[in-house]
Ligand binder design. Structure first.
Ligand code: PLP
Length: 395
């Protein structure tokens, strides 16, 4: 039967993250820093809105674009939080931002088109580009530049076949963010080279030192930007499956066509809960950000004490230390750490070749678990360092 499976699908590897989740979930003494989702529950008022909707029998399809109240609420949220102006016909409610990424890539790609994927990157971008018959082209960024994207990075890989560019800032897995000054040359480059941008801004609310700046805020290229986002991370709503796309009507109407045929609409109950989240969820969201920030500081100081090179993440809820000083890559580190100390982290190679020497640790877990995980990890690192340089004094 396997010969019936499409060649493209067969060639796509399973996600490198899942394997570690599966091992971690089978053993209760394993502490997992692998999961990329909030450990908080959805705030009560949002749950209540969903329950009420269910009790009122709001269990039918909504319009393909989404509930008009939600579309309205997304428009005013984007304006209020990020000074982005979108009309209602420039917004589409999706099944998580995942569907938005899929729609954007499907809408853009013809066979053979190249899409620049900024690395280290969220795992699905490359495989979805391939599923569409396109060619994902990695754009490496580096620890030395704090994993920010530069024009030089793009110059190195762009070709006449390049159609689009996809990235997420705040970044998964590095926690990097881009400031207005960082975006300026990129915006000029996008215009000059006639590119479309898919900007995944799912972590826009989770920044710790500065407010998020969207590349869509550059008027000169706004109609080239497909902004993809959702409620999963900001409002601890991963299982509700609500996201959205904002883009020029021209591009959005083409995505809406695909959505009409493949998804019909996002879950109705979740859309009603999403209205409540965007309208009144600011307080709970800020409180979660405050608590992530505490954990972020804990993680950064733990890695500094371990002596592993690590940028200070300014967004999302991940740290991405380099482990090559211990004479191993991220894969070897993650496997040995799991076997010897029962701590699960994700090898950086899951996020592309650029991440090979790193591991990703999520700090979306309790302070108690984090402390214990870092205690075990420090013991592990010390052992590996001793094995590598037996004559060095213990740290
Ligand atoms: C960068 C990035 N984009 C998108 C998603 C998917 O989010 P959603 O739950 O909105 O589909 C994730 C989830 O981890 C993510 O890290």
């Amino acid at each position: 039967m396997h010969d019936k499976v499409s060649r493209i699908v067969k060639q796509i590897p399973p996600s490198g993250i899942r394997r570690f989740f599966d091992i971690a979930s089978q053993n209760s003494s394993v502490i997992s820093l692998g999961v990329g989702e909030p450990d908080f529950s959805t705030p009560p008022s949002i749950n209540k809105a969903g329950i009420e909707a269910l009790e009122l029998g709001m269990t039918h399809y909504t319009s393909n674009r989404g509930l008009p109240e939600l579309v309205e609420e997304i428009a005013s949220y984007l304006f209020r939080r990020f000074a982005l102006e979108y009309r209602h016909d420039e917004i589409l409610v999706t099944n998580g931002s995942s569907e938005g990424i899929d729609l954007a890539l499907r809408m853009l790609i013809d066979p053979g088109d190249e899409v620049l994927v900024v690395e280290p990157s969220y795992v699905p971008y490359g495989p979805i580009v391939r599923l569409c018959g396109g060619v994902p082209v990695p754009v490496p960024t580096s620890l030395e530049h704090e994993f920010k994207l530069t024009v030089e990075d793009l110059e190195r890989v762009i070709t006449p076949h390049t159609k689009a560019l996809i990235f997420c800032y705040p970044n998964n897995p590095t926690g990097a963010i881009m400031d207005r000054e960082d975006w300026e040359p990129i915006a000029r480059f996008i215009e000059e080279r006639d590119l479309i941008v898919i900007s995944d801004e799912i972590y826009a609310e989770l920044t710790y030192e500065k407010e998020h700046v969207s590349i869509a805020s550059f008027a000169s290229i706004k109609d080239r930007v497909i902004l993809v986002s959702g409620l999963s991370k900001a409002f601890a709503m991963t299982g509700w499956r609500v996201g959205y796309v904002a883009a020029s009507e021209l591009l959005l109407s083409e995505m809406l066509k695909i959505h009409q045929y493949t998804a019909l609409c996002a879950p109705t109950i979740s859309q009603i809960a999403a209205v409540e989240a965007l309208r009144n969820g600011g307080g709970p969201c800020q409180e979660m950000v405050r608590r992530y920030d505490e954990r972020r500081r804990l993680a950064v100081s733990a890695f500094a004490e371990m002596g592993l090179s690590c940028t200070v993440p300014a967004g999302a809820f991940y740290v991405f230390p380099r482990v090559t000083d211990l004479g191993m890559d991220g894969q070897a580190f993650a496997e040995a750490l799991l076997a010897e100390e029962e701590v699960a982290v994700v090898p950086g190679c899951a996020f592309g070749e650029t991440g090979k020497g790193h591991i990703r640790c999520s700090y979306a877990t309790s302070v108690k678990e984090l402390r214990e995980a870092f205690r075990r990890m420090a013991r592990f690192v010390e052992r590996k360092r001793q094995a590598l340089h037996p004559l060095q004094p213990m740290r």
